[in-house]
Design a binder for this molecule. Structure first.
Ligand SMILES: Nc1nc2c(ncn2[C@@H]2O[C@H](COP(=O)(O)OP(=O)(O)OP(=O)(O)O)[C@@H](O)[C@H]2O)c(=O)[nH]1
Ligand SMILES: [Mg+2]
Length: 308
């Protein structure tokens, strides 16, 4: 049986066709480089969830470069946009610094949080497989004791990825599960612990309190943990994803973002928007429902994939 690992550009087909595709279309249709074209591009960026701040920045810079270099060729305009986007996504980081790299702290504790249905559990499953393939020993902790079938869902992923799981019955205190999980990982000398949590709306105070408690529990067992707090965001939710990130970051300090469902959105601009408003690095991107559909976020590759 053959396994097809599609290239990022194929995975991003929807995004490409609708967001960047529209830029190309506008540029080609207009045929000349003028203020009208800039306005059209601005509109497309805004509709693609790029956000007001980032859109203004891109268009202003584009206008400057067109003026300074007396650009007349519409193809060059596309090239400039591409470069500006890449630069924006990479600004503040050394090359590849934003990529997810584990330290050799053991066990390396990763907490996954986010609102309902964004892809937390799925991302843990995909990442577990990757760690397993890298020869790392992994323990999943079923910290979502709220939703019926949540424990079972994670257990299925643990089977698929061939890694261990610590779980309790539905309704158990998630902090207690987390406490036991990390203790167990230390005892078993695991390399990585990935903690699943229940989906929670960022504006629900009691749920956010519970998250704080989970965080404190981790620190009780492992004073320097968690080593990563990944907020998982559904890229199809647009501007609301930015609000979620701001609120969650105020409760527990985020170390990175996982942007899922980039295969299903026409609005890849959200990645630029988040970078501008939050400056929390996107570490991983989800590009499908399968176990291999998780990739490191690489700004250059991402922009290139969108434009080709
Ligand atoms: N197309 C696509 N679907 C995804 C991706 N990531 C997750 N999903 C789907 O999104 C749905 C929700 O995923 P879950 O992993 O259960 O999300 P969750 O955040 O754990 O949800 P709750 O535990 O209910 O809060 C599932 O149907 C996944 O298959 C992705 O990158 N692309
Ligand atoms: Mg889940």
């Amino acid at each position: 049986m053959f396994k097809f690992v599609k290239k990022l550009k194929d995975k991003l087909a929807t995004t490409k066709n609708n967001f960047i595709g529209k830029i190309a279309e506008a540029v080609n249709l207009r045929g000349v480089v003028d203020e009208e074209l800039l306005e059209q591009l601005e509109e497309i960026l805004l509709q693609g969830d790029t956000g007001v701040e980032m859109t203004t920045k891109i268009i202003d810079q584009l206008r400057d470069e067109i003026r300074i270099n007396k650009i007349k060729d519409t193809e060059v305009v596309q090239e400039i946009i591409k470069n500006i986007m890449t630069e924006e996504l990479m600004s503040g980081y050394e090359e590849n610094e934003e990529v997810f790299v584990m330290t050799d702290k053991k066990p390396y504790i990763i907490l996954f949080i986010g609102v309902n249905g964004v892809g937390k559990t799925t991302t843990i499953g995909k990442l577990a497989k990757r760690f397993y393939d890298d020869g790392k020993s992994v323990l999943m902790v079923a910290g979502d004791t709220f939703r019926a079938a949540a424990v079972e869902q994670l257990a299925i992923w643990s089977d698929r990825a061939k890694v261990d799981i610590i779980k309790q019955a539905q309704g158990a205190d998630p902090s207690a599960v987390v406490f036991d999980g990390i203790k167990s990982a230390i005892a078993k000398n695991k390399d990585v612990v990935m903690i699943d949590t229940a989906g929670r709306q960022h504006n629900r105070a009691n749920l956010m309190k519970e998250l704080e408690k989970i965080y404190r529990t981790i620190q009780k067992v492992s004073p320097e943990g968690p080593h990563e707090v990944f907020l998982v965001l559904d890229s199809t939710t647009g501007q609301n994803a930015v609000n979620q990130a701001q609120t969650f970051n105020g409760i527990v300090p985020l170390t990175g973002l996982v942007l899922t469902k980039l295969d299903g959105t026409a609005k890849g601009g959200i990645i630029l928007n988040i970078k501008k408003v939050l400056n929390i690095p996107v570490k991983l991107i989800g590009v499908g429902e399968g176990i291999d559909d998780l990739q490191d976020f690489d700004a250059k590759e991402f922009v290139r994939a969108m434009f080709t």
